[in-house]
Design a protein around this ligand. Structure first.
Ligand code: ADP
Ligand code: MG
Length: 703
């Protein structure tokens, strides 16, 4: 591939080639992520100030909005230095042009009073606002002029761009540096958006768009320019995702798995309940996908406790019934162990072999399992995803199911498939974190989606309380009454061991509760540092009701399913993220008993307080996910590292949802018609997509 050099010609031209940019400015730019002229152009203003042409005071009074930059001239009528008790010292003056007046106010600038005399003429320039309906300019620039001077101080209205910066770079410096670069945009940036697409979307060309965002004539222009740049980013990712989707679909043969009515009946007979309509619907979508040699590539999303596992088990058993193999991959050992337990009970009495493979599986057993998978004598395996990072061979793997997908990013998924799942089987990924639609399209845009909206019948809403630590006694006393009535409780704490931060930890919480409120009850515990055996013992004691209380770290966050446990207390809840708080709460409310979840903590930051408000205010996972996205921003929602994708520079998933849908539709149409992007006007688009996303998404260059 030689073309990237032409694709990003600008990347090689450093900002330090600009006149007046020395090593200090270059260093400041580099801390803003700006190294090249291209970076500088893509560093776009986050807002604009309206700079109004010089006008009379009465015109200004009619036209100006708060925050506009006004230029007016007139005669100073009164000048007062004011030092009101406690307030900031200020200087006030009245400016009059004979017809109207406005007020000028300077804060913290007492010496300006010496330069201002009643009767002086001058031009005032600055940001205006209204104070009790009266127009004023705060901290204006003041330029003395002759009363009869005729030339205007500022002839043209314009928008002044304001750039995001954490550095000590004056705003007008950005403007002055960018202005001379704008005319070179056609040679500096490759416009890889095909002309027909640009026209179809009614977007400006790249040079126009850059001019519009950096030097707009109107706010509408600034919007349109930004829209073009955001579209470029969204479209490029969607094109890459569509290519990947196309490549997966055409990667050749998955096993076509037929499900006869007999098999369907046999599988359902193994499930301990009948499927809900939502589960049925998901199953039928999956069965349709699996019936084809085009590999299934589907996301199953449903809130915590919505019953995704049964759907997964159906798909696995269908593959096995057809004489092939199935694999279920979980992010943690606890979860893998739990899936194994449900399989064990469902497969009781069946002659089918299956295996559990995790990091704790002894070497000899592991070898036997690997042998069984490769000769086909073990048709079904449950394991942690570590399982798939090393060489593992299947005789005929038909389906891989990846549980709790929010733990894996797109690129890990690609790696999984590439490394371990050769032969392109059907893939089903499941997530218990409802993903806001915009993010689902961004990060899982190459997947089909099935959704379980309604939980199984008989669920009671979980009563939720958010309390401070002073309520601790009261909470645990109340819990005791319910424990005595036969219920079970999780107590979640942030730390495993005592630490300097003074957080509740597993060991001392167990000790404390055994000695006080829970005296005489059996209190067990789990955390990530226990051996698999100890963890297993603690989990099964709790499941079999031999222990009443389980003190745990977030290791129980995903998937753990003990329907009789109906009480949960989370200590230091302010330390946990919203998704975690919601996942944790999902451990209760699984049976038919009325459940209670108490979030105990002392939020000290605004974000922590907002998290507490949200979690205490709703049980709806989708609303919580939206709020989480709003509080953290999309970058952190998955974590950039986790998503494995380069971040956007202009597009904003919070505000560009509609644009994203347009970009997705356009990308889908294009790849449908031109899967290899081999039309002449698609050459740069293909190169850009491969360059930016090729390795993260495992794209093959088949152009
Ligand atoms: P998740 O979607 O969080 O993985 P699970 O699959 O663990 O949810 O299911 C949550 C609980 O609901 C489990 O106890 C499971 O046995 C139960 N469940 C699932 N489907 C049904 C159903 N159709 N009817 C009754 N209970 C169900
Ligand atoms: Mg689950």
């Amino acid at each position: 591939m030689s073309a990237p050099a032409t694709l990003h010609a600008g990347a090689t031209i450093s900002v330090s080639t600009l006149p007046g940019v020395g090593s200090r400015t270059a260093a400041a730019f580099s801390r803003l992520g700006i190294g090249s002229l291209e970076d500088l152009l893509w560093h776009i203003p986050h807002r604009y100030e309206r700079l109004l042409a010089e006008q009379s005071i009465s015109e200004a009074d009619g036209a100006a909005a708060d925050g506009d930059l006004l230029t007016v001239r007139g005669e100073l009528a009164a000048v007062r230095a004011i030092r009101a008790g406690g307030g900031r010292p200020r200087v006030e003056a009245t400016l009059s042009d004979g017809k109207s007046t406005l007020r000028l106010v300077w804060f913290n600038n007492p010496w300006i009073a010496k330069k201002l005399h009643p009767g002086d003429w001058g031009v005032a320039h600055g940001k205006c606002s209204r104070f009790r309906g009266y127009l004023q300019i705060t901290n204006p620039q003041w330029t003395p002029v002759q009363p009869d001077a005729s030339e205007t101080a500022l002839a043209d209205a314009r928008l002044r761009p304001i750039y995001p910066t954490t550095e000590d770079i004056p705003q007008d410096r950005f403007e002055r540096l960018i202005a001379p670069v704008l005319p070179t945009v056609p040679t500096l940036l490759t416009d890889w958006l095909p002309e027909d697409e640009r026209a179809h979307q009614s977007l400006p060309t790249m040079p126009e768009a850059m001019r519009m965002v950096h030097a707009p004539a109107t706010p509408q222009e600034a919007d349109l320019g930004r829209r073009r740049l955001a579209f470029d980013e969204l479209f490029l990712l969607q094109v890459a995702l569509a290519m990947r989707r196309w490549q997966v679909r055409h990667s050749g043969a998955a096993q076509a798995i037929g499900v006869s009515p007999q098999v369907d009946r046999a599988i359902r007979a193994r499930l301990p309940f009948s499927l809900t309509p939502d589960q049925d619907h998901a199953v039928s979508e999956i069965v349709t996908d699996m019936g084809s040699t085009v590999p299934m590539n589907r996301l199953l999303q449903g809130d915590v406790g919505s019953g995704k596992t049964a759907v997964a088990v159906y798909a696995l058993l269908a593959a096995v019934a057809a004489g092939h193999q199935g694999a279920l991959v979980a992010p943690t050992e606890i979860l893998a162990e739990q899936h194994a337990r449900s399989l064990r009970s469902m497969l009781q009495g069946a002659s089918m072999e299956w295996a559990l493979l995790t990091g704790s599986t002894p070497a000899a057993e592991r070898r036997a399992i690997l042998a069984g998978l490769s000769d086909g004598s073990i048709p079904l395996v449950v394991g942690t995803h570590a399982l798939f990072t090393e060489s593992i061979e299947f005789k005929s793997l038909a389906i891989a199911i990846i549980d709790e997908q929010h733990r894996f990013g797109v690129s890990q998924r690609a790696a999984l498939r590439a490394k371990a799942l050769l032969g392109a089987p059907h893939t089903l990924v499941m997530t218990a974190t409802p993903i806001p639609r915009t993010l689902a399209m961004t990060f899982f845009g190459d997947l089909d989606v099935s959704t379980i909206r309604h939980p199984p019948p008989g669920r009671q809403p979980i009563a939720t309380r958010v309390v401070g630590f002073e309520k601790s006694d009261e909470v645990y006393r109340y819990l005791r009454t319910r424990l005595d009535a036969g219920e079970q409780a999780y107590i979640v704490v942030p730390a495993v061991e005592e630490s300097e931060a003074g957080l509740s930890d597993v060991a001392s919480t167990v000790e404390r509760l055994r000695a006080t409120h829970f005296a005489g009850l059996t209190v067990g515990f789990v955390h990530g540092r226990l051996s698999a055996d100890d963890r297993d013992r603690a989990m099964s004691a709790f499941r079999d009701r031999r222990s009443h209380v389980l003190v745990a770290t977030v290791v129980i966050e995903v998937g753990v399913d003990v329907p009789n446990a109906s009480l949960m207390v989370i200590e230091h809840a302010e330390r946990f993220g919203l998704a975690q708080l919601h996942q944790l709460r999902g451990r209760v409310g699984r049976g038919t008993a009325k459940s209670l979840c108490v979030y105990m903590g002392e939020p000290t930051t605004d974000d922590a307080r907002r998290r507490m408000d949200v979690i205490g205010g709703t049980l709806d996972g989708f609303r919580i996910a939206e709020a989480d996205l709003a509080i953290r921003g999309p970058g952190d929602f998955f974590g950039e590292r986790q998503s494995g994708l380069p971040p956007f520079r202009v597009a904003d998933l919070m505000q560009d949802g509609l644009l994203l849908e347009q970009a997705r539709a356009a990308a889908g149409r294009r790849i449908e018609q031109s899967p290899h992007l081999d039309q002449p006007d698609e050459r740069f688009l293909r190169l850009a997509a491969l360059q930016r996303y090729g390795s993260a998404l495992g794209l093959a260059d088949v152009g």
